[in-house]
Design a protein around this ligand. Structure first.
Ligand code: SAJ
Length: 428
């Protein structure tokens, strides 16, 4: 693989265009192969199929492929079931196990980290190698997975571009990081502004045309490395700001004052906007991505690393608080409400709520009853889950960990009789 032009800072300074969803050239008649049918890949594949593309979605998990081809879904996301059913029924979306030739390849696979906070790019590498035999001249290869700086070039282009083909001339490679919020994916995948970073200006231009065919937000053009960094910076910004809120909540506990009252009052200052404290920061994005920056430049990322450490220490603070309170009772029953990483999603990845519940179960604090109406028994078997009614009836101490809508609706009269640890401040 060779690249026609490695840096195009001067020739293609950040440019913007409001597309209104108007495509150019071969789009949207092209075929697309989306590799990875998870929280990003499946919504992306379905949206493209609904816009008229012929889409093949690839997943290595046989059960996922079968589920989608039945017109059903394996993840929880508002309105995704209806969309997938429609695009599978009209033959615009088909799920398969191995990549196949297409005009556009989009890689949407996980980029987790290893135990020592180093990025694990093995899924990106495998996906790139898997598409390589199917890449033809004129193809566009896009990495959407959140990735450390230089991944587009060093991993995707290196492994996906066949020998003898020139990037920017024969094939086009770019990074377009996903920016959607779980729970609002179908809206944000279309309406959010997008950052496009090609390996060359031609790569950027072609990728931009593609996104303009289905995105109504602005499409901003830059280089691959800048796009990679932009995405990591976005999630690090949020992590640092949540860390501030979490540190504040620990400080307020120390002074025995109401954190949320203080935040509410401070936020009435016109230039203050503090985020919400919680049991910690979870999910596959914000709790992972800042480590990619720390790993890329350890000497230059003190604040980002410290923020991660503050957020990672928050679950232990909650555990200590519960242990202290439960020690005041004989045979206490502790009801843990919510296991997922945030409200109204069914995602357990990196969830501090799950970690706290697990730690309490493994402690001698008392009997622990866990409840999460968004988690089914098929999805989770580590310990039994109880109904909200049962937990409310039997618990001495209620620990609110994830602010699902069902929990917001609990009557204050029921809670009045309990000792409550509300990590999200929903029952004030
Ligand atoms: N959280 C707080 N306090 C807050 C906000 C969030 O404790 O004030 C916690 C949540 O409970 C959760 C975690 O932070 O445990 C992350 O939740 P989130 O809603 O902030 O973000 P994610 O991880 O669901 O999605 C983020 C989004 N990034 C930004 O908002 C900058 C999304 O747009 C990205 O596409 C996504 O990461 C991703 O895939 O990278």
């Amino acid at each position: 693989m060779t690249s026609e032009l490695q840096s195009h800072k001067d020739t293609d300074a950040v440019s913007e265009s409001r597309s209104g969803g108007q495509g150019q050239g071969l789009f949207p008649t092209a075929s697309v192969c989306v590799v990875g049918l998870g929280y990003i890949g499946l919504p992306t594949a379905s949206i493209l199929a609904s816009k008229g593309y012929q889409v093949a979605g690839v997943d290595v998990r046989e059960e996922v492929v079968e589920t989608i081809n039945r017109g059903e879904i394996h993840i929880e996301e508002p309105d995704l079931d209806v969309l997938v059913k429609a695009v599978v029924a009209n033959n615009r979306l088909k799920a398969i196990r191995e990549p196949q030739p297409a005009d556009v390849f989009i890689i949407c696979v996980p980029t987790p980290f290893t135990g020592d906070h180093k990025p694990d790019l093995s899924y990106v590498e495998k996906a790139s190698k898997a598409i390589r035999p199917h890449v033809r001249p004129g193809n566009l290869i896009i990495l959407e997975s959140t990735s450390p700086p230089r991944t587009t070039e060093d991993v995707v282009a290196k492994h996906a571009v066949p020998d003898g083909m020139v990037v920017g001339k024969d094939v086009f490679v770019a990074h377009c990081p996903e920016r959607v919020l779980p729970g609002r994916i179908l809206i944000e995948a279309v309406e959010n502004d997008r950052v496009i970073g090609g390996m060359t200006p031609a790569c950027t231009q072609k990728t931009k045309s593609f996104y303009q065919s289905f995105v109504t937000g602005e499409v901003m053009a830059t280089t691959a490395v800048s796009a990679e960094l932009t995405k990591l910076v976005e999630n690090s910004f949020r992590d640092v700001n949540i860390a501030f809120a979490n540190e504040l909540s620990i400080l307020c506990d120390h002074f025995d004052v109401d954190t949320w009252e203080i935040i509410e009052m401070a936020n009435r200052h016109p230039r203050v906007n503090i985020l919400s404290p919680g049991p910690g920061v979870g999910g596959h994005c914000i709790s992972v991505d800042p480590w990619f920056l720390v790993d890329a430049a350890p000497e230059l990322t003190n604040l980002i690393r410290t923020a991660r450490e503050v957020n990672e220490s928050k679950p232990q603070h909650v555990i200590n608080k519960v242990l202290e309170l439960s020690a005041r009772f004989t045979n206490p029953v502790i009801g843990c409400l919510g296991l997922t990483y945030k409200s109204d999603v069914d995602d357990l990845r990196e969830s501090p709520s799950l970690d706290i519940t697990r730690a309490l179960m493994n402690s001698d604090a008392g009997e622990v009853l866990a409840c999460d109406p968004l988690i089914t028994e098929d999805q989770f078997s580590e310990f039994p889950l109880h109904s909200l009614d049962e937990v409310l009836k039997r618990s001495t101490l209620i620990v609110l960990l994830t602010d699902h809508q069902q929990f917001r609706e609990i009557s204050p009269a029921v809670l009045h009789e309990k000792v409550v640890v509300d990590t999200r401040g929903i029952w004030r």
